[in-house]
Design a protein around this ligand. Structure first.
Ligand code: SF4
Length: 219
């Protein structure tokens, strides 16, 4: 957003004062400052992560967007870039990291794998998209997406943030925001909210089935 874009377009400012003053709304200045100081989490899963690293390097330079500070701790980051194949083994850790990020927080699904499973969608060990477990704000297409595509995704996220309205944002609402349930990895992923039901079903006695054996007897 250019400096003059901070002005509320509904308020006329004389030309000679346009470079000196800005009349704006709280939403506009708040969103402008937040969208230009996003801190991504240092976190990569597979080949897409190489493109993400490349985006942060000097040729593409994330610092032009105020995003160069990749944080190694979820508590200091506000953008999770899920860059790579999301395996069932990794999902519990991803959800836990998401829960540990402070509000406001956003998620970008980078590439075909994070968005929908990609070439491994049918694999026994891969989830068909990280959005089944955490809310995704922007999807970046490609296998892998280029650094330019990731930059486009980040600019799209900035635009989304610029459209937010303070009273509607969940982190300013009263009451606690419930943490997302962390899936448990067993023979398959399990939602801990259904633990009791799964246990009951598992311990139910098997139905008795009559088997007819040769000669007409039952066993
Ligand atoms: S989308 Fe393609 S490049 Fe990215 S992690 Fe999956 S296989 Fe690798």
């Amino acid at each position: 957003m250019a400096e003059n874009d901070l002005n509320n377009p509904e308020i006329d400012i004389p030309d000679e004062l346009k470079q000196q003053i800005a009349v704006t709304t709280l939403d506009r200045i708040y969103n402008w400052s937040r969208s230009n100081s996003l801190w991504p989490m240092m976190f990569g899963l597979a080949c897409c992560a190489i493109e993400m690293i490349c985006t942060a390097a000097s040729r593409y330079d994330l610092s032009r967007f105020g995003m160069e500070v990749m944080r190694p701790s979820p508590r200091q980051a506000d953008v999770m870039i899920v860059s790579g194949t999301v395996t069932k083994k990794m999902v519990p850790q991803i959800v836990r990291l998401y829960n540990q990020m402070s509000e406001p927080k956003y998620v970008i699904a980078m590439g075909a794998c994070a968005s929908g499973g990609g070439p491994f969608k049918e694999g026994y060990n891969v989830v068909p998209g990280v959005d089944k477990f955490i809310p995704v704000d922007v999807y970046v297409a490609g296998c892998p997406p280029t650094p330019q595509a990731l930059l486009h995704g980040l600019i799209t996220l900035q635009k989304k943030i610029e459209g937010e309205h303070i009273p509607d944002t969940r982190w300013y609402k009263k009451g606690e925001v419930e943490a997302l349930p962390i899936p448990i990895l067993g023979p398959d992923l399990m939602d801990p909210r259904h633990f009791e039901l799964i246990r009951e079903e598992t311990h139910k006695p098997l139905p008795v089935v009559d088997v007819i054996i040769e000669g007409g007897e039952t066993a």
